[in-house]
Design a protein around this ligand. Structure first.
Ligand SMILES: NC(=O)c1ccc[n+]([C@@H]2O[C@H](COP(=O)([O-])OP(=O)(O)OC[C@H]3O[C@@H](n4cnc5c(N)ncnc54)[C@H](O)[C@@H]3O)[C@@H](O)[C@H]2O)c1
Ligand SMILES: [Zn+2]
Ligand SMILES: [Zn+2]
Length: 379
């Protein structure tokens, strides 16, 4: 007996009709998963700054109407042709950068940037450049081929990872992007050595996850830089030893850092999304061996400028997407670490909101009033 083919699902999704416009709850049609795709019932999804930046579309071409959301956990509802890795009922995290397991990068051991299922920027699915959502017959674009601000979504089976049924989805959804990105930047990309001096620009979830990673590696000084004074208290929980607000100084922030670190930090991290601060981060690490890791997605100007002398004297600038983790291979390890209480996730969750309140999450992040807002989808 053959199993019945999944049909179209009609459900609610938060649709962005234009740049910076409040999301509108719409009834959407979600198509069945195509070959090698899975359809997921989203359980929880959090708002990451990258959603907000893309929604504002100041540095990227506007792609609307669109369903945002890429930090999510859910349950597999149905699978498309050729999918053997997942079955209905599996718990999964979505992956905004996937892993095909076979391309040159996936097999290299040197990269987590899959050549087939890497970051999707055009608002469509990797396999056929089509969309899986419509509103009254009108196609709705995706975001990072995840689009979790919908009760159901379709993703490529290479853009999801199966997780333990014991792991609380309302917490581990944060590992789907921000927390994992910060921990990986500290551990896999910078490979912070014990006793190091670390400076982190931007103390949102990403920056504070870097701090947590640095603390667990035994960094001796973790300097957190943020223009929002409210970040100071929260930062201590994640291991920040010195909080600096650049607005409290008359001199450029890089000079302050160089002064208090006797010549610059061993590692600096840009976790803001401001390319001007990438330059400041580079100037804040020491010559000889200083490494700057940039994680931010620029809100406005995408170009980075730096004096060549910074490199001739031995500094390195590196970028990192998803903390260098190979998402399918590495993410279950982070889930296990959380279950063993080796890493903190709960402390990043400042708000729990219902799906109807999703615009509040955008407001809170825009006003600098939250770390992560977890949005709980209707049961
Ligand atoms: N590379 C990746 O894989 C990856 C993953 C997730 C997020 N991101 C990007 O990382 C960045 C941080 O994400 P988040 O979710 O933590 O964002 P967030 O908005 O919560 O945090 C950013 C922090 O930077 C601070 N800030 C803003 N301007 C500043 C300035 N001039 N000087 C000092 N501090 C300043 C803000 O007050 C805020 O605390 C964003 O650009 C996001 O798009 C990248
Ligand atoms: Zn993100
Ligand atoms: Zn690949």
């Amino acid at each position: 007996m053959s199993t019945p083919q999944p049909g179209v699902i009609t459900c609610m999704a938060a649709v962005a009709w234009g740049a910076g416009e409040a999301l509108v709850m719409e009834e959407v049609e979600v198509s069945p998963p195509q070959p090698l795709e899975i359809r997921i019932k989203v359980v929880c999804t959090s708002l990451c700054r990258s959603d907000l930046t893309a929604w504002q579309s100041l540095a990227s071409p506007p792609i609307f109407p669109r369903i945002f959301g890429h930090e999510a956990a859910g349950v597999v509802e149905s699978v498309g042709e050729g999918v053997s890795e997942f079955r209905e009922g599996d718990h999964v995290l979505t992956l905004f950068t996937g892993e095909c397991m076979t391309c040159r990068h996936c097999t290299s051991g040197k990269s987590n940037i899959c050549q087939v299922l890497g970051l999707e920027r055009r608002g469509v699915m990797h396999s056929d450049q089509g969309t899986r959502f419509t509103v009254k017959g009108r196609p709705i674009y995706h975001y990072c081929a995840v689009s979790s601000f919908s009760e159901y979504t379709v993703v490529h089976s290479g853009c999801a990872v199966k997780v333990s049924l014991n792991a609380p989805l309302e917490k581990i959804c944060l590992l789907s992007c921000g927390v994992a990105a910060g921990l990986g930047a500290a551990w896999k990309v910078a490979d912070i050595a014990g006793g190091s001096i670390v400076v982190i620009f931007g103390l949102g979830t990403v920056g504070l996850a870097v701090a947590q990673g640095a603390k667990l590696r035994g960094a001796s000084q973790i300097i957190g830089v943020d223009t929002n004074p409210e970040k100071s208290e929260k930062a201590k929980i994640f291991g920040v030893t010195d909080f600096i607000n650049p607005n409290d100084y008359d001199e450029p922030i890089q000079q302050v850092i160089k002064r208090i670190t006797s010549g610059g930090a061993d590692y600096s991290f840009e976790c803001i999304g401001d390319t001007g601060m990438v330059t400041a981060a580079l100037q804040s690490c020491c010559d000889g061996w200083g490494v700057t890791i940039t994680l931010g997605v620029p809100k406005v100007k995408p170009e980075v400028t730096a004096h060549y002398g910074l490199f001739l004297t031995g500094r390195t600038l590196r970028g990192s997407l998803f903390g260098g983790w190979k998402p399918k291979s590495d993410l279950p390890l982070l889930v296990d670490m959380y279950l063993k209480e080796e890493i903190q996730i709960d402390e990043f969750i400042t708000h729990n909101l219902s799906f109807e309140e999703i615009n509040r999450a955008f407001d809170l992040m825009g006003e600098g009033k939250c770390l992560r807002c977890v949005i709980h989808m209707p049961k």
